[in-house]
Design a binder for this molecule. Structure first.
Ligand code: 13P
Length: 253
Protein backbone atom coordinates (compact mmCIF):
# COMPACT_ATOMS: atom_id res chain seq x y z
CA UNK A 1 0.00 0.00 0.00
CA UNK A 2 1.43 3.38 -0.94
CA UNK A 3 2.21 5.84 1.81
CA UNK A 4 -0.06 8.59 3.06
CA UNK A 5 2.12 11.68 3.35
CA UNK A 6 1.50 15.07 4.91
CA UNK A 7 4.41 17.43 4.27
CA UNK A 8 4.64 20.96 5.64
CA UNK A 9 6.40 23.48 3.40
CA UNK A 10 7.33 26.30 5.76
CA UNK A 11 8.57 28.47 2.86
CA UNK A 12 10.44 31.57 4.12
CA UNK A 13 8.85 31.82 7.56
CA UNK A 14 9.87 31.74 11.24
CA UNK A 15 12.92 32.93 13.19
CA UNK A 16 15.16 30.34 14.86
CA UNK A 17 13.29 30.58 18.19
CA UNK A 18 9.91 30.39 16.49
CA UNK A 19 11.06 27.39 14.45
CA UNK A 20 12.28 25.61 17.58
CA UNK A 21 8.94 26.28 19.26
CA UNK A 22 6.88 25.11 16.29
CA UNK A 23 8.83 21.87 15.90
CA UNK A 24 8.59 21.17 19.66
CA UNK A 25 4.83 21.79 19.54
CA UNK A 26 4.43 19.50 16.53
CA UNK A 27 6.44 16.76 18.26
CA UNK A 28 4.43 17.10 21.51
CA UNK A 29 1.17 16.84 19.62
CA UNK A 30 2.40 13.97 17.45
CA UNK A 31 3.09 11.99 20.61
CA UNK A 32 -0.51 12.45 21.72
CA UNK A 33 -2.13 11.20 18.53
CA UNK A 34 -2.53 7.68 17.28
CA UNK A 35 -1.14 7.70 13.74
CA UNK A 36 -1.53 4.76 11.47
CA UNK A 37 1.94 3.48 10.57
CA UNK A 38 1.31 4.10 6.91
CA UNK A 39 1.27 7.86 7.49
CA UNK A 40 4.47 9.79 6.94
CA UNK A 41 4.79 13.29 8.45
CA UNK A 42 7.42 15.54 6.89
CA UNK A 43 8.39 19.09 7.72
CA UNK A 44 10.40 21.22 5.30
CA UNK A 45 11.76 24.21 7.22
CA UNK A 46 14.23 26.75 5.77
CA UNK A 47 17.82 25.51 5.31
CA UNK A 48 19.29 27.08 8.51
CA UNK A 49 16.85 25.08 10.67
CA UNK A 50 17.32 21.69 9.04
CA UNK A 51 19.86 20.45 11.54
CA UNK A 52 17.70 21.42 14.50
CA UNK A 53 14.67 19.80 12.88
CA UNK A 54 16.54 16.62 11.99
CA UNK A 55 17.48 16.16 15.65
CA UNK A 56 13.78 15.44 16.20
CA UNK A 57 13.52 13.03 13.27
CA UNK A 58 12.97 9.44 14.34
CA UNK A 59 13.57 7.80 10.97
CA UNK A 60 10.08 6.35 11.01
CA UNK A 61 6.97 8.48 10.70
CA UNK A 62 8.49 11.95 11.29
CA UNK A 63 11.07 13.10 8.76
CA UNK A 64 12.69 16.29 7.59
CA UNK A 65 12.90 17.69 4.08
CA UNK A 66 14.55 20.66 2.40
CA UNK A 67 12.71 23.13 0.18
CA UNK A 68 15.15 23.13 -2.72
CA UNK A 69 18.55 21.82 -3.83
CA UNK A 70 21.21 22.82 -6.34
CA UNK A 71 21.22 21.16 -9.74
CA UNK A 72 25.05 21.08 -9.47
CA UNK A 73 27.19 18.59 -7.65
CA UNK A 74 29.59 20.99 -5.87
CA UNK A 75 31.86 23.95 -6.55
CA UNK A 76 31.66 27.69 -7.18
CA UNK A 77 27.90 28.23 -6.84
CA UNK A 78 27.61 30.89 -4.13
CA UNK A 79 24.51 30.51 -2.01
CA UNK A 80 23.59 27.07 -3.32
CA UNK A 81 23.09 23.92 -1.24
CA UNK A 82 24.05 20.54 -2.72
CA UNK A 83 22.26 17.22 -2.39
CA UNK A 84 25.43 15.74 -0.84
CA UNK A 85 25.29 18.40 1.90
CA UNK A 86 21.67 17.54 2.64
CA UNK A 87 22.45 13.82 2.67
CA UNK A 88 25.32 14.41 5.10
CA UNK A 89 22.76 15.95 7.49
CA UNK A 90 20.40 12.98 7.19
CA UNK A 91 17.78 14.92 5.27
CA UNK A 92 15.41 12.40 3.72
CA UNK A 93 13.19 14.44 1.38
CA UNK A 94 13.50 17.57 -0.74
CA UNK A 95 10.88 19.64 -2.56
CA UNK A 96 11.76 20.31 -6.21
CA UNK A 97 10.10 22.48 -8.84
CA UNK A 98 7.78 24.36 -6.53
CA UNK A 99 5.76 26.91 -8.50
CA UNK A 100 7.40 29.73 -6.51
CA UNK A 101 10.83 28.54 -7.71
CA UNK A 102 9.49 28.22 -11.25
CA UNK A 103 7.90 31.69 -11.17
CA UNK A 104 10.44 33.77 -9.22
CA UNK A 105 13.65 31.92 -10.09
CA UNK A 106 12.72 30.84 -13.61
CA UNK A 107 13.30 27.19 -12.81
CA UNK A 108 12.70 25.01 -15.87
CA UNK A 109 11.61 21.38 -16.22
CA UNK A 110 15.17 20.56 -17.33
CA UNK A 111 16.55 22.00 -14.09
CA UNK A 112 13.93 20.08 -12.14
CA UNK A 113 15.17 16.89 -13.86
CA UNK A 114 18.80 17.66 -12.91
CA UNK A 115 17.83 18.39 -9.30
CA UNK A 116 15.91 15.11 -9.12
CA UNK A 117 19.03 13.30 -10.40
CA UNK A 118 21.24 14.96 -7.78
CA UNK A 119 18.83 13.97 -5.01
CA UNK A 120 18.45 10.37 -6.12
CA UNK A 121 22.22 10.01 -6.42
CA UNK A 122 22.38 10.99 -2.75
CA UNK A 123 19.45 8.81 -1.67
CA UNK A 124 17.14 11.72 -0.89
CA UNK A 125 13.54 11.37 -2.01
CA UNK A 126 12.36 14.23 -4.26
CA UNK A 127 8.90 15.74 -3.76
CA UNK A 128 8.34 17.02 -7.28
CA UNK A 129 5.73 19.75 -7.74
CA UNK A 130 3.59 20.33 -10.79
CA UNK A 131 0.50 22.38 -11.51
CA UNK A 132 -1.01 24.95 -13.81
CA UNK A 133 -1.52 28.71 -13.39
CA UNK A 134 -4.98 30.28 -13.53
CA UNK A 135 -4.83 31.29 -17.21
CA UNK A 136 -3.85 27.75 -18.16
CA UNK A 137 -6.76 26.31 -16.14
CA UNK A 138 -9.16 28.80 -17.71
CA UNK A 139 -7.93 27.82 -21.17
CA UNK A 140 -8.42 24.12 -20.33
CA UNK A 141 -4.67 23.50 -20.63
CA UNK A 142 -4.10 21.98 -17.17
CA UNK A 143 -3.61 18.46 -18.53
CA UNK A 144 -1.07 19.59 -21.15
CA UNK A 145 0.90 21.61 -18.59
CA UNK A 146 1.02 18.81 -16.03
CA UNK A 147 1.90 16.23 -18.72
CA UNK A 148 4.85 18.37 -19.86
CA UNK A 149 6.11 18.96 -16.30
CA UNK A 150 5.91 15.27 -15.39
CA UNK A 151 7.34 14.09 -18.69
CA UNK A 152 10.28 16.51 -18.82
CA UNK A 153 11.01 16.49 -15.09
CA UNK A 154 10.67 12.80 -14.32
CA UNK A 155 10.31 10.46 -17.25
CA UNK A 156 14.07 10.13 -17.88
CA UNK A 157 14.16 7.99 -14.70
CA UNK A 158 14.01 4.22 -14.65
CA UNK A 159 11.20 2.52 -12.71
CA UNK A 160 13.28 1.90 -9.57
CA UNK A 161 14.29 5.56 -9.45
CA UNK A 162 10.75 6.77 -10.08
CA UNK A 163 9.51 4.73 -7.13
CA UNK A 164 11.58 7.00 -4.86
CA UNK A 165 9.71 10.08 -6.07
CA UNK A 166 6.70 11.72 -4.44
CA UNK A 167 4.61 13.93 -6.73
CA UNK A 168 2.73 17.01 -5.51
CA UNK A 169 -0.01 18.51 -7.65
CA UNK A 170 -0.28 22.15 -6.68
CA UNK A 171 -2.56 24.24 -8.90
CA UNK A 172 -0.88 27.65 -8.72
CA UNK A 173 -4.22 29.46 -8.52
CA UNK A 174 -4.92 27.65 -5.23
CA UNK A 175 -1.60 28.43 -3.50
CA UNK A 176 -1.92 30.95 -0.68
CA UNK A 177 -5.16 32.25 -2.17
CA UNK A 178 -7.68 30.49 0.06
CA UNK A 179 -9.11 29.05 -3.17
CA UNK A 180 -8.86 25.25 -3.01
CA UNK A 181 -9.32 22.86 -5.90
CA UNK A 182 -12.56 20.95 -5.38
CA UNK A 183 -12.09 17.30 -4.38
CA UNK A 184 -13.30 16.41 -7.91
CA UNK A 185 -10.76 18.70 -9.58
CA UNK A 186 -7.96 17.27 -7.43
CA UNK A 187 -9.01 13.66 -8.07
CA UNK A 188 -9.28 14.31 -11.82
CA UNK A 189 -5.68 15.53 -12.15
CA UNK A 190 -4.27 13.01 -9.67
CA UNK A 191 -5.86 10.17 -11.64
CA UNK A 192 -4.49 11.73 -14.84
CA UNK A 193 -0.95 11.84 -13.36
CA UNK A 194 -1.21 8.23 -12.20
CA UNK A 195 -2.41 7.33 -15.69
CA UNK A 196 0.67 8.97 -17.25
CA UNK A 197 2.91 6.94 -14.96
CA UNK A 198 0.99 3.73 -15.73
CA UNK A 199 1.36 4.36 -19.49
CA UNK A 200 5.13 4.73 -19.20
CA UNK A 201 6.06 2.40 -16.30
CA UNK A 202 3.06 0.08 -15.93
CA UNK A 203 0.20 -0.17 -13.42
CA UNK A 204 2.23 -1.71 -10.63
CA UNK A 205 4.67 1.20 -10.45
CA UNK A 206 1.88 3.77 -10.84
CA UNK A 207 0.04 2.29 -7.86
CA UNK A 208 3.12 2.71 -5.65
CA UNK A 209 3.64 6.45 -6.20
CA UNK A 210 2.19 8.84 -3.61
CA UNK A 211 0.57 11.89 -5.20
CA UNK A 212 -0.05 14.80 -2.83
CA UNK A 213 -2.39 17.75 -3.23
CA UNK A 214 -1.23 21.28 -2.35
CA UNK A 215 -2.99 24.64 -2.42
CA UNK A 216 -4.93 26.14 0.50
CA UNK A 217 -5.28 22.72 2.11
CA UNK A 218 -6.42 23.22 5.70
CA UNK A 219 -8.13 21.36 8.56
CA UNK A 220 -11.56 22.23 7.14
CA UNK A 221 -11.02 20.69 3.71
CA UNK A 222 -8.27 18.07 4.15
CA UNK A 223 -10.66 15.20 4.90
CA UNK A 224 -12.70 15.57 1.73
CA UNK A 225 -9.55 16.02 -0.38
CA UNK A 226 -7.78 13.00 1.14
CA UNK A 227 -10.90 10.85 0.75
CA UNK A 228 -10.26 10.61 -3.00
CA UNK A 229 -8.69 7.38 -4.23
CA UNK A 230 -5.74 9.06 -5.97
CA UNK A 231 -5.05 11.77 -3.37
CA UNK A 232 -2.44 10.31 -1.03
CA UNK A 233 -1.94 13.32 1.21
CA UNK A 234 -0.99 16.96 1.09
CA UNK A 235 1.81 19.48 0.70
CA UNK A 236 0.78 22.15 3.13
CA UNK A 237 1.86 25.81 3.13
CA UNK A 238 0.14 28.35 5.39
CA UNK A 239 -1.64 25.81 7.58
CA UNK A 240 1.60 24.03 8.53
CA UNK A 241 2.84 27.07 10.44
CA UNK A 242 0.47 26.31 13.33
CA UNK A 243 1.02 23.00 15.11
CA UNK A 244 -2.74 22.45 15.79
CA UNK A 245 -3.69 23.01 12.15
CA UNK A 246 -0.86 20.86 10.81
CA UNK A 247 -1.73 18.03 13.18
CA UNK A 248 -5.42 18.28 12.31
CA UNK A 249 -4.44 17.78 8.65
CA UNK A 250 -2.15 14.87 9.55
CA UNK A 251 -5.16 13.22 11.19
CA UNK A 252 -7.51 13.84 8.26
CA UNK A 253 -7.08 10.39 6.65
P1 13P B 1 -0.74 27.06 0.83
O1 13P B 1 -1.15 25.86 1.63
O2 13P B 1 -0.34 28.23 1.69
O3 13P B 1 -1.74 27.42 -0.22
O4 13P B 1 0.61 26.65 0.05
C1 13P B 1 0.67 25.45 -0.62
C2 13P B 1 2.07 25.22 -1.07
O5 13P B 1 2.59 25.96 -1.91
C3 13P B 1 2.82 24.12 -0.44
O6 13P B 1 4.01 23.89 -1.11
Amino acid sequence: MRKHIVAGNWKMNKTFEEADELISNIMDKLEEVELDRNTQVIICPPFPYLEMASDFSDDSYFMVGAQDVSEHESGAYTGEISAAMLASMNIEYCIVGHSERRAYHHETDEQVARKVDQLLKNEIRPIVCCGEVLEEREAGKQFDVVRRQINDGLFHLDAEQLKQVVIAYEPVWAIGTGKTATPEQAQEIHAFIRGLIAEKYGDKVAKEISILYGGSCKPGNAKELFANPDVDGGLIGGACLKAEDFLAIVQAF
